[in-house]
Design a protein around this ligand. Structure first.
Ligand code: ASP
Length: 357
């Protein structure tokens, strides 16, 4: 993989900056009730008294709460639309946004929302934690304070340091649509397997400017609210049966399939399997080939088995994550694109979600 040399940029904290902190739910916003020992949602309306660190930030932080808080395993397209609406309605009033979200589905939310926002000119930083903010050993405080700083940081031209939708966890700032949750226990719960981090937080926050997307500041941001969830993820495994494949590919109203294949995009070549794919493609269902491997990308021409899929008309997802491939199908079909248009757009990078070769 070839990337430009890393260049770090000087950033300044803008003391007039205003950041909107949106608490959607998740472990980060919990405190332990000292009497019962139970985890309860943190009272964000008393954020400054509960978290004195916030007072020491030299910029303004307002809060917006989802009430009741959402455990991110309950996330849905409607909730994504509600989150996007909060950002849209407050877009002009703030310099940046921090979204506190459960880690379980954060990579899905970040992928979908990055594609719902076109020409984003302000930072939208997702963060969460593995331990509640009210626990002594919490990872939440550092994640929250650094995410707020990143949302407020400006470059030497007064533009946001990172005008992107990102995930910040455990010292790493990652492009949101490149992330995947890789660990249920560790503080470093996320990885950006196929794209470098956009910043690393140590003594300073070091931004890697060459990897950060640059919007057109003369144009305004576009919010696309349409989402079509008639999509499916089908993961291959040795021994998968015709019934399983057909049950998935014949779902009524199905628009798109993320087919998780082996290695560089290979699948079995059984005739029944090829026929099932062919029937789905004939109905206008878009099938995107994504690798089950964490790292690397789909190259269907490499092996005969992969070539067979390419000839059928499967679309290469290159090095996209499963989360981002699913999100992209939902957003593109949600915008009302035809299967032919979706096939053209899927292998193209729209928000830096895949590497084109
Ligand atoms: N179940 C929680 C959630 O995703 C876990 C977490 O916050 O990390 O909302």
């Amino acid at each position: 993989m070839l990337y430009l040399h890393e260049i770090t940029i000087e950033v300044m904290i803008d003391s007039s900056a205003k950041v909107l902190l949106i608490y959607t739910g998740g472990t980060i916003g919990m405190v332990e009730n000292s009497e019962t020992g139970a985890l309860e949602p943190f009272n964000f309306s008393h954020l400054k008294s509960n978290m004195p660190e916030i007072k020491r930030l030299n910029f303004h932080v307002d809060t917006y709460l989802f009430d009741p808080p959402i455990d991110s395993s309950d996330i849905s397209p409607e909730k994504w639309q509600a989150m996007a609406k909060v950002i849209k309605e407050n877009y002009d009033a703030y310099d940046g946004f921090v979204v506190l979200h459960g880690t379980d589905t954060m990579a899905y939310t970040a992928s979908v929302m990055s594609l719902m926002f076109e020409n984003l000119t302000k930072p939208v930083i997702f963060t969460g934690s593995q331990l509640p903010i009210g626990k002594l050993r919490t990872d939440g405080k550092e994640n929250l304070v650094t995410a707020l700083e990143i949302a407020a940081d400006k470059d030497e031209f007064g533009h946001p340091a990172v005008p992107e939708l990102c995930v910040y966890m455990q010292n790493l700032l990652m492009r949101g649509n490149r992330t995947t949750k890789i660990n249920a226990d560790n503080f470093s719960a996320f990885n950006s397997p196929n794209y470098p981090c956009l910043a690393k937080a140590g003594i300073d926050i070091r931004y890697e400017d060459n990897y950060i997307l640059k919007p057109n500041y003369d144009k305004s941001v576009n919010f696309n609210f349409g989402l079509n969830h008639h999509v499916v993820i089908l993961k291959l495994f040795p021994g998968i049966t015709k019934e399983v494949v057909e049950a998935n590919l014949t779902i009524s109203g199905l628009k798109g399939v993320v087919l998780e294949t082996y290695g560089s995009g290979n699948s079995p070549r059984d005739q029944w399997f090829i026929n099932s794919l062919q029937d789905a493609l004939n109905k206008g269902i878009v099938i995107v080939n994504v690798t089950q491997c964490l790292y690397g990308n789909v190259e269907m021409h490499r092996y005969e088995n992969g070539q067979c899929l390419e000839k059928l008309g499967l679309i290469s997802g290159h090095d996209i994550t499963t989360e981002a491939a699913l999100a992209k199908l939902m957003v593109l079909f949600g915008e009302g694109k035809t299967p032919e248009e979706v096939k053209v757009l899927m292998p193209i990078s729209l928000r830096g979600e895949l590497t084109m070769r």
